[in-house]
Design a protein around this ligand. Structure first.
Ligand SMILES: *[C@@H]1O[C@H](CO)[C@@H](O)[C@H](O)[C@H]1NC(C)=O
Ligand SMILES: *[C@@H]1O[C@H](CO)[C@@H](O)[C@H](O)[C@H]1NC(C)=O
Ligand SMILES: *[C@@H]1O[C@H](CO)[C@@H](O)[C@H](O)[C@H]1NC(C)=O
Ligand SMILES: *[C@@H]1O[C@H](CO)[C@@H](O)[C@H](O)[C@H]1NC(C)=O
Ligand SMILES: *[C@@H]1O[C@H](CO)[C@@H](O)[C@H](O)[C@H]1NC(C)=O
Length: 358
């Protein structure tokens, strides 16, 4: 086994900037169909204005803080508690109903008593360097339990040993360059690739196709370091000891979900984002979840004043997005019998439109 454990940084967007972007996006998407179907623009203009003026940045900030106090990984007790908390709040906001729907899906967790690590071995097979099992918690989070050790969900188990080859971003063109221009054969080797440019699951797939027996992924400061910004908690750069988590599923045949454009035959407007996070999830997904919470609250306030939407609006707080969009996809599969579902994807927030086919 071999490794290179560089300093790791994550380019983190300012939560506030992303939150306001998402709010604008969601409101924009949502309001558009209303406007197109309306017969009395002034009424809808004033509803739109009321809704937008209901939404307060301070509320989003306090939802973000409350939702990110503890880790809430998909399928865990804590994420269920968070779901119940959101359900209670949505009811309190005045929605007609707020249901929790249960699905049994395959998730993937590390074995914490036998955690993953990467070693450098000398010529006698002695491990002369090991990576740590755990990521040190940030200041103020020392007593928080249930922080899942760094791992990539659905990666294969094993103890591969081999020479190391650097493969840049592990894109198809990177392997072409290695094989065709540099005459380097990755077969039987462990490859090391930096995060970025393509989905990590495709990096793993490309490495397998090239014959590699293992892959080490890392966040390269060249891609993930914002200049003149301190690491968290002083600033928002990823600390040197922090590790990106994710899934390495390759959902072959799932097709391109980014189908743009949709007709106005929709019966439901479905607005949601995921709730689960690998750990605290302040950026991904809670910057979106906190905005959604404030949107729901604002809609509730309008409804308490007697306003009703022309179409049914379904708000969704999805689970297990991090493991491959599982919660939202299960829901869509169950509800797809009479409907055609279009997925509109912004960075972390998914909006589903249900379109009647009858
Ligand atoms: C976790 O690792 C320990 C130690 O190797 C092993 O005894 C146990 O069976 C593993 N648990 C699972 C769920 O694989
Ligand atoms: C790495 O971990 C292995 C297994 O726990 C242990 O045998 C080895 O001594 C460790 N090497 C170092 C350098 O800590
Ligand atoms: C963690 O627990 C220890 C022991 O109870 C306590 O002294 C410390 O202040 C706690 N740290 C935080 C950040 O709550
Ligand atoms: C790479 O090495 C493997 C195993 O030695 C061999 O089967 C394969 O043909 C090689 N590929 C190329 C392109 O030379
Ligand atoms: C979607 O499916 C769930 C069951 O998973 C069901 O409870 C719900 O009523 C369905 N929603 C719609 C809008 O059909």
């Amino acid at each position: 086994m071999a490794t290179s454990r560089g300093r790791l940084y994550l380019w983190m967007y300012l939560a506030a900037a992303l939150a306001s972007f998402l709010a604008g996006l969601m409101v924009g998407w949502f309001i558009k169909p209303l406007k197109e179907t309306t017969t009395s623009p002034p009424y809808h203009q004033s509803t739109r204005w009321k809704l937008v003026s209901e939404m307060k940045a301070e509320n989003i900030k306090s939802f973000l803080r409350s939702f990110t106090k503890l880790p809430h990984l998909a399928g865990t007790e804590r994420n269920l508690l968070l779901a119940k908390k959101i359900q209670t709040q949505w009811k309190k906001f005045g929605l007609d109903s707020a249901k929790l729907v249960h699905y049994d899906v395959l998730l993937s967790y590390p074995n914490e008593t036998n955690a993953n690590y990467i070693s450098i071995m000398d010529e006698h097979g002695i491990e002369i360097f090991n990576t740590s099992y755990l990521e040190p918690p940030p200041d103020g989070y020392e007593n928080v339990t249930n922080i899942v050790p760094p791992y990539n969900a659905f990666s294969a188990q094993g103890m591969p040993e081999g020479d190391l080859i650097y493969v840049n971003y592990a894109r198809t063109e990177d392997f072409f360059k290695l094989e065709r221009e540099m005459n380097i054969n990755c077969s039987g080797k462990i490859v090391i690739a930096r995060y970025g440019k393509i989905f990590r699951g495709n990096k793993v797939k490309n490495a397998m196709l090239a014959g590699a027996i293992g892959i080490i992924l890392y966040s390269d400061p060249a891609d993930y370091f914002a200049p003149a910004v301190q690491p968290y908690p002083k600033g928002w750069n990823l600390p040197g000891t922090a590790v990106q988590r994710g899934n390495v599923l390759n959902l072959n045949g799932a097709g391109d979900p980014l189908t743009p454009g949709y007709p106005a035959k929709d019966r439901y407007v479905i607005l949601g984002g995921h709730r689960d996070s690998w750990v605290f999830g302040a950026i991904d997904p809670t910057s979106g979840a906190a905005v959604l919470q404030e949107i729901v609250q604002s809609f509730g306030k309008l409804m308490s004043g007697g306003w009703r939407p022309r179409r049914t609006i379904i708000f969704a707080s999805w689970d297990a997005e991090e493991f491959g969009l599982l919660g939202s996809t299960e829901w869509a599969e169950v509800n797809m019998t009479q409907a055609f579902v279009i997925f509109l994807v912004s960075r972390e927030t998914y909006m589903y439109l249900r379109i009647s086919t009858d």
